[in-house]
Design a binder for this molecule. Structure first.
Ligand SMILES: Nc1ncnc2c1ncn2[C@@H]1O[C@H](COP(=O)(O)OP(=O)(O)O)[C@@H](O)[C@H]1O
Ligand SMILES: [Mg+2]
Length: 275
């Protein structure tokens, strides 16, 4: 048999028929009731190394639950997540803890996700040393300096605290912290939703240049199809726990097939839709 027939092409990240259901218990002790929320309901997606996948859908459709399940922060009800050839769903809890450095998250509210009592240097040094505990002194200082330059921050401000920065600068620090342990995958969950429009585009440009320079692999989550189209190579549209459409960003944005995608597109303010 020719080798080409036995080499199976696999993606860097493979999400296979993933389900995450929550059981809500209510009622009284005499008539207990049970409701199952199918937050993620049979999602299959692939992501290549160095690619940004935009995950879009309205609030409550299951985006955060999907990302937290992929990152093994909450257990899947069924299905699998394979990263770089390794089935994460088969790992023990202690093995998952060891792999945690491979996945980093960036959240909507950088202020809540940064420790207010730690300087930027301490925050980034701690994140660097999670992967490289041997780094100390000048070597550690220079790694932190490089990280800050990577996200467009002047190293002179490394002794300051989170409250001394603007929202956009804090999101840059959160991105630097996510990069610090050299992860395989970054999930950014609505990272620009809380920022002013002009700051949003600066952060989107930063992420685009990081993807180009560092070959970042990212799932970028937003409720805004315009934002996702700006940044993503491919787009997956989520509705009520399911992916209703996925494909190259240009295709999904300009020639959507699913009615739900068309409705999302129609809800974008005109200026964004023209860009
Ligand atoms: N821990 C939980 N327990 C019960 N229901 C949850 C939990 N987390 C999320 N949900 C429900 O799952 C659905 C998807 O939520 P979420 O993933 O946060 O959506 P999104 O990020 O798209 O806004 C919602 O109906 C939400 O109420
Ligand atoms: Mg969410």
């Amino acid at each position: 048999m020719p080798i080409s027939c036995i080499v199976r092409l696999v993606s860097y990240l493979e999400i296979k028929n993933l389900h995450t259901h929550f059981t809500l218990r209510g009622g009284s002790i005499f008539s207990p009731s049970k409701k199952v929320v199918r937050a993620v309901d049979g999602v299959s997606l692939n992501l290549e190394k160095g690619e940004i996948l935009g995950l879009v859908g309205e609030s409550g459709c299951g985006k955060s639950t999907l990302s937290r399940t992929v990152m093994q922060l909450i257990p899947a009800t069924s299905g699998s997540v394979i990263l770089d050839g390794e089935d994460l769903s088969e790992l023990s809890k202690s093995e998952v803890r060891k792999r945690r450095l491979d996945f980093q998250m960036v959240f909507q509210d950088p202020y809540a996700s940064l420790n207010p009592r730690m300087t930027i240097f301490s925050t980034l040094a701690e994140a660097v040393r999670q992967r490289r505990p041997e780094l100390k002194g000048d070597a550690l200082f220079s790694r932190v300096e490089t990280l800050m330059a990577t996200v467009g921050l002047d190293a002179k401000v490394m002794r300051k605290y989170p409250h001394e920065f603007s929202g956009g600068q804090r999101q840059r620090i959160a991105i630097a912290r996510a990069l610090a342990p050299e992860p395989k995958l970054i999930v950014a969950d609505e990272p620009v939703s809380a920022l002013d429009v002009s700051i949003q585009s600066q952060i989107l440009n930063l992420i685009t240049s990081l993807r180009n320079d560092l070959g970042l692999t990212m799932i970028f989550i937003s409720h805004d199809l315009g934002v996702v189209h700006y940044i993503a190579d491919r787009i997956a549209v989520m509705y009520q726990g399911k992916i209703v459409e996925s494909g190259p960003a240009e295709k999904v944005f300009h020639e959507p097939e699913a009615d739900y995608t068309k409705r999302l597109l129609a809800s974008i303010p005109k200026l964004a839709a023209c860009s």
